[in-house]
Design a protein around this ligand. Structure first.
Ligand code: ADP
Ligand code: MG
Length: 450
């Protein structure tokens, strides 16, 4: 990435993804005012209009910006939000913040910068849905010998897997500073491995991992399907288990449900303790909100918290997003938020949770948008002028309704679920390639959800 045009193109892509992720109104308030300034030595500088905006974006959205940026450009090692120029940086560091040309072993994966200081046991609220996972994580953190190996944590997005892993790392750092802990995402594990292959330095790569006391690999579902990395992971895993070193792995599914993972790996992953995190309950959500408000020293009426806990049920990340929005508002205006203003502020989020869009609605809207007959949604025709709208409608059905892939397939003229998967992948790919197309899809989503 050299010139500023390329930088703004990347920022364009990231903005689109972010808008989708955090919602239109937050995006407009906080992200739209940012502009890309420069990129050098792996650091991207984004300019914010005020110091307050810089601090707010840094605490709430920098991680998100950074991780999306990494998917667009692997050369980016750090994103900084600044007001004037790159002077007083606040940064999030990649675990693998080493330049491409350096090929000595990389020692800085478990640098504190890699661990989120908020993700500690103290800040983790325990409830029925996560008590097993929490107890297991505590046990592993506190034990000086290996009890179950590996500890496999799994659950849906935003339910606290990463939080628990960081909490383990913080605990060990504090109480047994001599133990070597490495935490990294499966994606980074793969990236490091591929890099080592390129520099013909796989020995050092292997040694790194094999000399740790505790190895944590987050979101291991991303390793599925990548044969050589799976192989390497398997060997590293076995070597560590043989030497009685602790491994902790997280994924979005149970070991046996990990698609594209070799059988021997699945069975190996299930050898120790498998702990799942269930979707949150109302009590847990309320508990989490109360603790966050307390920690921030903010004033949000209980009524508003109860309302959020009842309405925003998908995952803790969204719940926090809603609370942040409310706190940002009272911060800016100086007023405490009441039930009415909360409803107004969170209109888009709440609608998403309230309204059930039907597949028929989607088919009708999409057909209108592309100027085809609604019956084409069920037809066998494959010409692009009808195939693309049909794929868009399948994609939206998956994203906006609770129907399963086979159910969706049935509603589109009795198609197979693999056809639906193909459609979703295709539209996702198109969305990353073509900003105009992606914008259209966002519009359709907005229309359907309103
Ligand atoms: P996952 O890795 O499972 O997708 P994260 O660990 O990133 O989820 O959690 C998403 C957000 O929700 C984080 O900010 C985390 O601190 C918060 N969170 C999740 N569960 C809890 C909990 N039980 N108590 C407090 N915060 C939680
Ligand atoms: Mg996670």
């Amino acid at each position: 990435m050299s010139d500023s045009q390329e930088l703004s193109e990347q920022w364009g892509k990231i903005s689109l993804a972010l808008r989708h992720e955090i919602g239109h109104s937050i995006f407009e308030s906080w992200i739209a005012p940012l502009s890309p300034m420069s990129f050098s030595n792996g650091v991207v500088y984004l300019k914010a209009p005020t110091g307050f905006a810089r601090d707010w974006v840094t605490t709430h959205y920098l991680e998100e910006i950074f991780s999306i940026w990494r998917t667009v450009n692997h050369e980016v090692l750090c994103v900084e939000i600044v007001v004037h120029g790159p002077s007083k940086p606040v940064q999030i560091q990649a675990f693998d913040s080493v330049s491409e040309t350096q090929n000595e072993p990389e020692q800085d994966w478990s640098k504190d910068g890699a661990l989120d200081p908020r993700f500690t046991f103290e800040n983790f609220i325990v409830g029925k849905p996560n008590e097993l996972a929490h107890a297991a994580a505590r046990r592993v953190a506190e034990a000086d010998q290996v009890t179950f190996n590996p500890l496999f944590l799994y659950g849906g997005v935003g339910l606290g897997k990463t939080h628990l892993m960081h909490a383990i790392a913080w605990h060990i750092k504090k109480h047994s500073p001599n133990r070597r802990v490495i935490y990294l995402s499966a994606e980074k594990f793969m990236y490091q491995f591929i890099k080592a292959l390129r520099f013909k330095d796989t020995m050092a790569f292997k040694e790194q991992f094999r000399s740790v006391d505790v190895l944590m690999i987050d979101d291991v579902q991303f390793i599925s399907g990548k044969d050589s990395t799976q192989e390497e992971f398997f060997h590293t895993f076995n070597a560590l288990v043989d030497q009685n070193h602790q491994i902790i792995v997280s994924a979005d599914k149970s070991p046996s449900d990990l698609d594209g993972m070799e059988e021997r790996m699945k069975s190996r992953l299930g050898w120790g303790l498998v702990a799942d995190i269930h979707p949150t309950t109302y009590e847990l959500r309320l508990g989490i909100l109360q603790s966050k408000v307390r920690d921030m020293g903010a004033k949000v009426p209980l009524k508003v918290l109860e309302f959020l806990a009842a309405k925003i049920t998908s995952n803790v990340r969204e719940l926090e997003g809603a609370l942040n929005r409310i706190m940002a508002h009272s911060n800016l205006t100086g007023h405490t938020v009441n039930l009415e203003s909360a409803q107004e502020l969170l209109k888009d989020l709440l609608r998403k949770h309230d309204k059930r869009v039907s597949i028929e609605d989607i088919q009708k809207r999409v057909s209108e948008h592309y100027g085809i007959r609604a019956s084409e949604m069920h037809s066998a025709k494959r010409i692009r002028s009808v195939a693309l709208p049909r794929q868009v409608a399948m994609y939206l059905s998956k994203n906006l309704t609770p129907y399963s892939l086979p159910e969706i397939g049935r509603k589109f003229g009795g198609r197979d679920h693999t056809t639906v998967i193909h459609a979703i992948k295709k539209i996702e790919a198109l969305r990353t390639e073509d900003a105009g197309f992606s914008y259209d899809i966002d519009l359709l989503i907005k229309i359907l959800e309103s």
